[in-house]
Structure formats: structure tokens, C-alpha cells
Ligand binder design. Sequence first.
Ligand code: 3H9
Length: 697
Amino acid sequence: MTATGSVTVIRNGPVRVLAIDNPPVNGLGAAVRKALTEELATAFADADVEAIVIAGEGRMFCAGADIREFGKEPPPDAPALPDLIHTVEASTKPVVAAIHGVAAGGGLELALGCHARVAASDARVGLPEVTLGIIPGAGGTQRLPRLIGAEAALELIVSGKLIPATQAHRLGLLDELTDGDVIDAAIAHAKTISTPRRTSDGDIEAEGSIFDAVRKKFAKKARGFEAPDAAIEAVRAATELSTQEGFAKEREIFLRLLNSDQARALRHVFFAEREVAKVPDIPKETRSAEIRRAGIVGCGTMGGGIAMSFADAGIPVSILESDDAALKRGMETIRASYASSVAKGRLSTTEMDARVNRIQGTLEASELSDADIVVEAVFESMEVKKDVVRRLDEICKDDAILATNTSTLDVNEIAAATQRPEKVVGTHFFSPAHIMKLMENVRGEKTSKETVATIMKLSKRLGKVGVLVGVCDGFVGNRMLYAYRRQADFLIEEGALPQQVDQALYEFGLPMGPFAMADLAGLDIGWAIRKRQAPTRPQELRYSPIADRICEMGRFGQKTGAGWYRYEEGSRTPIPDPEIEKLIDNVSAELGFERRTIDDAEIVRRCLYPLINEGAKLLEEGIALRPSDIDIVWIYGYGFPRYRGGPMFYADTVGVDSIYEFMVKLHEEQGAWGKPAALLEKLATEGTGFEDYADRA
Ligand code: 3H9
């Protein structure tokens, strides 16, 4: 890989200003590190230079190490970042960081090596390394605690969050804030320094309890992640060892994590999150429509949540309902949801009022006539949806986009019910829609490029991650979910229990297993779909009757206090139920299964490999654009553990060949349910994986 970037002398007086110039984020790649080392040496040697300011060109100060350099062979050229920062800190001439935009990771570590930090008051700073599966590896875990105390440093490093400059200033991380020119302010500040203050000087102490406290605080968010614990270990070293020993300890941990599976997976997700917004045949310059007003049809759970997403993003929205009582109920749910955010301290009353005021409930369809987009969120039935879009087509202005929030239906058929199929698109929100970040944006055969560009941009504006997918039953997420779910049902017929399947998948890293998830979502909708599909279900394929029997008992999940589990009054904790175990035993006997012991590893393979196989089919069919898009769908829509990189990345870590072999066997046992995807077979035969496939595409 060619190292890019340079360092420019942008002001040349007694205070020399060096600016990192490596668009788009001034990453500290090898060329930048070399150039900065050379410019510093020149400035140190120049008797006319009394002090130095380090700044960044363009949008920000610096986003840290160049992540693309990680894990590459041969390793990048010297100087290494820690050495460069030691050089800065050791300078006998004052060095000041002038921070605007963002100082993140190695960028902030560089600033910590400076003798003072001046920042624009709207800048953000932080050490997000743990989000990449590593720890700050250029002195951050040793210098930051010495500067702001171990407790505050721990919080910043373990959370991985970027914080506003104002907060960083209060913590003592930044010496000065300015609303004016940050370089002018840094030059003025540099002139006031007589003796450089080195952040790494001296020892610090900390109460032992702070380490456990932070571990506890982040336990839920950090479950399964290796880096947060490693970061705690590094900060503890800052409080127990000498500075030099601490630096060595930090480096050792950093290098240990750098090429771990988790760090590779998290880097993959970092780039996947950015790639997902790019649509190969739709260039960035493609015209997109401006969304000033939105309309929603249907004030149920989905409609209400979608309306809140618009209101949260500052877009006024009207919700249409046909029934006055349903509208009142829906609006009340919206208000209650905002009020609960206020009660939890997540929202101010003023902000709640502003958001509620942006949502207008109406019984008059004509109120949607000036909306730039209308999202229908009515009952999941082709006839109902077609009828709604047909009416919208008549009411809405000519250039309005008509979006359908279907989770399974054919968007082409829905589009064909209108005179504007090029303006029809699927927007599959996930429930609860104002919280879940995923939007599957479904491109129909006739959806125009402008409509796609508008929707992808809108997702971002709504604070969502939009993934562009093609038309098929269940799109990407749910189609893969069917394959996963089916095997979970079969496993309990063969010998496992719901709680064991759920536990194995929870241990794998999912937020909950399939049975607890079904109880949460409600079992009745799936039951209705299965009943509808029953006449056309291929009789030769295996079918598990257990879910239907549970519904026949009137158990629809949490909302009825019982489903796959039972629930105590007012509690959401699933309790294994002997009645269900008896039912499972009976079904096993009826179907002629001799129940056997099934271990957790088998459960994970049985549920996940068919899911991955379905992902390969989606790629083959062009429904998903890239393996990494599928990973994003599963991370954002279903809580697939980010540190495993998503199902397709995980497949590569397991080895596509072993997944293929597994599917071949399942095919023999289960017929079409186990049929290996042609792409899986191809990659297995080649001895490659989904990453190679993506690189070639
Ligand atoms: C580190 O520093 C380790 C050290 O402790 C120790 C070393 C020894 N490298 O996000 P955007 C690309 S680890 C390479 O859309 P925004 C990104 O892929 C690093 N590339 O912009 C995208 O490319 P493309 C710790 C990077 O304005 C483009 O830049 N630092 C890097 O929405 C624009 O990015 C971090 O974890 C990078 N470091 O957000 C910070 N950063 O155009 C990571 C970005 O081809 N970065 N790119 O798709 C961020 O969090 C955000 O980029 C930031 C700006 C908030 C800075």
C-alpha cells in the first residue's frame, strides 16, 4: 500500500506551525509520521524557531493511526507513532496542539504528547481504540491518566466515546478553548509557555476500586469484547508502574490485540459501515430530492416509531389513521414514549415538546398531499398495501416518494399499483423503529436512481444505517432469520430445550436466543403467516409443529404471560416451563426422534451455518450487494456480535469449506432446507472466502 499524506509548514515565524495534510481525516500513516519527524527536526534545529504548533489541514486535526495500515505485511515503515510522540514530548521548545474538528485515537495521543492543547470549542476528542478491538497504543493509556486522573481517563478509554471539547476542557484534558482561529490561539498559547510541561512526567495513584467500578459500569455493553478489559489493565499499569514500564506494558497489550480475531472483525465492521452507503451504479453526485415534510400511514407500533424517527431528525410528519380511537391511542403511545425518555433523563422537556409538535395526527388523507415522502406502515397484506399506495398515488404531489414498510412483500407488485413505480421503494424499519438503527432500503425493478439516492441519504439523516437490498421474501435479514429459526425448531425436536438453544446463542454473543426473541416479538403473527402458507407448503420438507401447538394453547409470548417460556406478572424474565418441555417430548416421540444430548457448539453450527448459507444465496441472486452489507444488517438489525464481524465475516474465520461440508450433510438429511449455495460451493472449492469474493467484485 502506498503511504499518502504530508506535513506542511503553514506559518513560519518564531512559532512554526506544522499542519498534517492527509485527507480525508489526516490519518497518521507512515508518510505523515516520517514527514512530521523531519519537520520537527528542522524546527528543533532552527534557532529562529522558539515554539511549534501542530495542527491539521481540512476538516479536522487528526483521526488517529491509519487503520488501513493495521494487520498488513510487511509492517509499515518507521518511525512508529509512539516514537514520534516521544520526540514531540521530549522537545525543549514548547509544542502546542491546535485542535479543530476531531482529535481521535493516535491523533489525541499526539496532542497528549504536546506540552499544551488548544481546541476549537466545537471540537470533539476521544480515544475510540476499544471500538476497533485494540487499546490506545501510542502512550494514551499512560499519559491521559497522568493528565486528568485515572478515573476520568478510564471512563474515556473504556467507553471509546468522543466527547465535546467543552467537557474535555472541564476535565483538564484541554488547556484552552476558542471560538476564534484555533491556530492563532495556539500560537498565542505557545508564547506563554516558558518550560515545557511533559504529560508523562511523574507518578499517579488511584483507588483500586475504580477498576472494578468501571468494569461493572460497562459490563453489559462490553460483554464478549476483549479490548475494554485490556484497556483497564493498561490504565492500571499507569498507576502501578513507572512511566517507562507503563509504556512497555501498553505496547505489549496493543500488539497482542492488533491482529486478534476481534480486532480484525471490528476493523472490518468499521469499513463495512462506511462502504454500505455506497451504491456501485449510483455515483455520489446523483441528484437526490430534499425531504422537508413526511407522511406516515398507520399509527400502530411501526407507524408511530417511524414518525418518531422523522420527528427526532427535525422533519415534520403527519400520521394518517382511518380510525379516531386508533389515532388517539397511537399518539398517546408516542407521547408516553417521549415522556419516558424525559423521565430517564435522556431528553429535555423542551426537546420532547418540540418533537411531539412535529408529529401531527390526522384522519384526512388530503393532509399528506404536500409530503415529500409518505411511508405506509399498515397491516402486512399485499391487498391492503396495494390499496393504500394506490390512494396515495392519487393524493400525493407528483414528485413525492411512496415508501412501503413491508418486511416480506414484493415491492415490485406494490409499485405496479401506482403510476409512479420509479418513486416507489421499500423502507423496512426494525421494531422499535425510533430506536433500532437498521433500515433495509428495498430497490424495486423500476425504482429510479434518484429515489435510491434520496432514501440512502434519508436513512443517514434519520440517524439510521441504510442497507440497499433487492426484492425477495424477507429481504436480507428476515430471509436469513427463517433459515436460522427453522434449525432452532428442529434442534428441540431432536433433543435440545429452548433454554439451552437460547443460552448457547447468547454465549455466542447474540443479545438473546431465538425462543426468547419469539416470545418478545409475539408468536401470533408468525402463526397467522404459517396458516396462510400451509396449503402451499412443500409436503416433502420437514416442518416443526411445536410453535403452532404453543399458539393453540393461547400462549403468544410475553404479552400473554406465556409462550416458549412462562413469565411472572410484570416481569420479562423467561422461565423454563415444564409444560412446554412435556409438549416437546411428546412431539419428539410422535415424530420418531430419539432425544439425544446436543452440545452448545452443535447448536451454534446448526443455527448459524444455514443462516450464512442463505446469505451466500442472497449474494448470488444480487439481493445483497456485498458480504459486508449482510454483516451490517445482522449487526444493526439482530444484534449479531460486532466483535465477530457479522455472519459473513464470521464464516471466513470459521472457514467457508467447513461450512460447505456441513451444509452438504444437512442437505442429505433435510433436502432443500440444507441445499448449499452455489457460491458457498465455489468459494469452498477455491479455498477462498467472502472477503476474497468482495475484493474481486
Ligand atoms: C489508533 O489511533 C491507534 C493508536 O492508538 C496507536 C497506533 C500505534 N484510518 O467516518 P468518515 C476514513 S486507531 C483510515 O465517513 P466522518 C473512512 O474509512 C484509530 N481511514 O468521516 C472514510 O473513508 P471513505 C483510532 C479512516 O466525518 C473517510 O475516512 N481512531 C480513519 O463521518 C471518512 O470517514 C478512530 O477510531 C482512520 N483512522 O467521521 C477514529 N478514520 O471515504 C476513526 C476515517 O473511503 N474515525 N477513515 O469511506 C472516525 O471515527 C471518523 O472517521 C471521524 C470522522 C469521527 C474521525
